[in-house]
Design a protein around this ligand. Structure first.
Ligand code: URA
Ligand code: SF4
Length: 222
């Protein structure tokens, strides 16, 4: 029989409300593999019902740089791995150009299930809301706690505003190191998907170049 979950109606998101938070799924004495296993059965927000599977972060536990995206996309949802689709391929190329070794990088997302709406036969990305971001936050916090990255990079506004505050403006503050206790060096830049969405080749080339410039600030810190 199909499981039924009643929708709780509240006037505003309540991130501290454990009923709406992944906190209760976090294992005691976590390791990255233990977290990944526990996250696979997370039901803390409604996105688990429509996503194929939880897409947990990936990388070596010794990684010194943590990249945080928004949420898995269509390809990631199907593969069960973050940043394997077009945005991930672009990120990989840019990391290489910026002299960052892939082994030093751990990639994850602010939200670990794919949120989508159908458009014809395609599933297109839908922005996660504040409540979903807050519900999923304990997974990200646990990843940060375990990795203790030297450098943390937010990719795009969702990750930047979740981790650096609602007032953070990627358009203004991109590529600048900001004061934060999340890691020794913390920066936000654009999301690689935004480069792919550029309206023409020239804009795309320029935005890609700026993105690589932002990433080049990282290698000397490692
Ligand atoms: N975009 C993201 O933010 N994360 C992914 O894993 C893939 C695309
Ligand atoms: Fe849990 Fe996050 Fe998936 Fe929501 S998006 S069900 S909080 S893992």
């Amino acid at each position: 029989m199909e499981k039924r979950h009643s929708e709780k109606v509240t006037s505003r998101p309540s991130p501290s409300d454990l009923r709406d938070s992944a906190a209760k799924f976090i294992p005691s004495h976590p390791t990255l593999p233990k977290l990944k296993k526990a996250a696979a059965v997370c039901t803390a927000c409604p996105l688990w019902k429509t996503g194929t599977q939880t897409v947990f972060g990936e990388g070596l536990p010794t990684a010194k740089v943590l990249f945080v995206g928004e949420q898995p996309g269509n390809d990631e949802d199907l593969a069960g791995k973050p940043f394997v689709g077009p945005a991930g391929k672009l990120l990989d190329q840019c990391l290489e150009e910026a002299g960052i070794n892939r082994d030093e990088v751990y990639v994850t997302n602010a939200v670990k299930h794919f949120k989508w709406e159908s458009k014809g036969k395609r599933r297109i990305h839908k922005k996660p809301n504040a409540r979903e971001i807050a519900a999923c936050r304990p997974w990200l916090d646990a990843e940060i706690d375990l990795l203790k990255p030297q450098v943390l990079v937010c990719l795009g506004a969702t990750a930047a505003q979740a981790l650096l505050g609602k007032e953070f403006r990627v358009s203004i503050q991109r590529g600048q190191f900001v004061e934060s206790d999340l890691a020794t060096h913390v920066m936000a830049t654009v999301h690689p998907s935004s480069i792919l969405r550029a309206p023409d080749d020239e804009t795309r080339r320029r935005e890609r170049e700026q993105f690589v410039e932002d990433l080049k600030k990282i290698a000397p810190l490692l």
